[in-house]
Design a protein around this ligand. Structure first.
Ligand code: ZN
Length: 148
């Protein structure tokens, strides 16, 4: 739940920033209304300056979305914190039985994210595996040692 809340928060913050940029662009260059009044059509494709500004603004919006998605991909699905301690596993020499991948963990033990570096059969989604309660596992090991 917190994971999706963080995503929603980032999207709302990005929308606010992008709206402010959009508002400033309209204050800086209020041509569209004058252009529509003068020529009777949208200045988007007919005015090179306005079209360039809209192109750059579109790049900015897409850049924000990519950064938000990249940041979200490497967050813990349970607590929403950034995943840490990347470990490289496998090699390029063993593509079939040990393909190269990077594993990230949540520092609070909620799970592991495995990201394949080779995408041989198309785009593969990262593999998130939640961990069970690590204290339960430690207590079970302790109980087994006492029984021996
Ligand atoms: Zn976590």
């Amino acid at each position: 739940m917190r994971y999706w809340g963080i995503l929603l928060g980032k999207l709302v913050a990005a929308a606010a920033v992008l709206y402010a940029v959009w508002y400033c662009l309209h204050l800086w260059r209020p041509e569209p209304a004058q252009h529509v009044r003068a020529f009777g059509h949208d200045p988007f494709v007919h005015d090179l300056g306005w079209t360039t500004i809209m192109f750059l603004y579109n790049l900015l919006v897409n850049g924000f979305l990519v950064l938000i998605i990249l940041d979200q991909r490497y967050r813990c699905r349970t607590c929403g914190r950034r995943l840490r301690m990347p470990i490289r596993r496998g090699t390029h020499a063993q593509v079939l039985f040990g393909p190269p991948r990077t594993e990230y963990i949540c520092i609070y033990g909620h799970g592991t994210l495995k990201v394949n570096e080779l995408q041989l059969t198309g785009r593969e989604a990262p593999d998130w595996k939640p961990h069970e309660d690590m204290w339960k596992e430690l207590y079970s090991i302790e109980e087994e040692e006492k029984q021996k």
